[in-house]
Write a protein that binds this ligand. Sequence first.
Ligand code: PEP
Length: 246
Amino acid sequence: MRKQIIIGNWKMFKTNSNAIEFVKSIDSQVESNSNLIAGIAVPTIMISDLSKVAKNIKIAAQNCYFEKEGAFTGETSIPMLKELNVEYVVIGHSERRDIFKEDDRLINNKVKALIAAGLTPILCCGESLEIYESGKTMDHVKKQLSDDLKEVSSDQVKNVVIAYEPIWAIGTGKVATPEIAQDVIKGIRDYLASMYGQEFANEVLIQYGGSVKPENIKEILAQPDIDGALVGGASLVEDSYLGLLK
Ligand code: PEP
């Protein structure tokens, strides 16, 4: 049976002191449960302090660079994250793709470097409203996955989590219906089976992301192919973050 993975994405919200207060308050209320991976992807500057207070939730990163070190002003390396015990790193979020112009080649390099270092990329994919309305969602998502997982072998891919996030549902309050999310995620699972075999496809964790809240998470997670959620807005408020895990 696959585990569930629910990760908050704080984006560029909170300050370090707000974040410490939040994690101190919620961490003891999250029961450690071997079937659930619960975490929050936080701004890099907070990882060090939050890792010291988080016992039951994973402190994840929102980004990294793929080179080990060098003249890359403003970037964070994977060894830097690893030293702080980061296990999960969100890669290819639509905001990174759209605002910071990250392309699939860069994302592929990050995925490969994370796997090589023993960390787990949470690889985001998903379509714009225009692509959704033109009925080309699956073509778009398949192309992203094939480019982002280029040269990733069957053995290496075991370390990857996929997050399907339709861009039109991120931060908009519009949720893809559980049926739409299930259909695309089943399509992703089938595509991964064609790339890496059915055994891997049966095991890979695939999250849905896009306006998930405590009020709608149950019906989303009830879908047979959806293994968790990547959650922005609703992960910023303590009660609502805890509500996602119940
Ligand atoms: C996200 O940041 O990945 C996200 C899905 O945001 P929201 O839950 O606010 O739509």
